[in-house]
Design a protein around this ligand. Structure first.
Ligand code: FES
Ligand code: FES
Length: 138
């Protein structure tokens, strides 16, 4: 078994930040045409040093184990990031400690990246209490 698969397995034993966030400021959903999987990410924002940063993130994934592992890593990593920093993270960076995404699994990471970008895009900059949702296909 590869290192990557070991790490995915380890992460799945105790996935972080799974489930709908009731008080989220924004939500993004993305579906993958490659495998039919779907992933949704919720974000809650806060202010730090006059900047809007991610306070917490959560996700729900339907089906894919790799996407769940990446989303678990990503939602931990996103805490405290500014919106600008978060929007620059790609699938590989979001996979964090899992290591390099194998070619067959790159689209699983992109599912997480896509859901994050949709959640950031749907964030209403003025009214933090307005939940907005965007649904897109990669
Ligand atoms: Fe099962 Fe992606 S559909 S791993
Ligand atoms: Fe499709 Fe992982 S196999 S998202």
């Amino acid at each position: 078994m590869s290192d990557f698969e070991d790490k995915v397995r380890e992460t799945l034993a105790n996935p972080q930040n799974q489930g709908e966030m009731q008080d989220a400021d924004s939500v993004g959903t993305v579906g993958s045409p490659d495998c039919g999987d779907m992933l949704r990410m919720w974000l809650k924002f806060t202010e730090k040093d006059g900047k809007k940063v991610i306070d917490k993130a959560s996700f729900q994934s339907f089906g894919c184990q790799t996407a769940i592992a990446v989303a678990s890593m990503a939602t931990e990593m996103l805490k405290g990031k500014t919106l600008d920093e978060a929007s620059k993270l790609n699938a590989q960076e979001l996979s964090g400690d899992l290591g390099a995404l194998p070619p067959m699994k790159i689209h699983c990471g992109q599912l997480v990246e896509g859901a994050l970008k949709n959640a950031l895009d749907s964030n209403p900059s003025n009214s933090a209490n307005d939940s907005a949702s965007t649904t897109n296909t990669l």
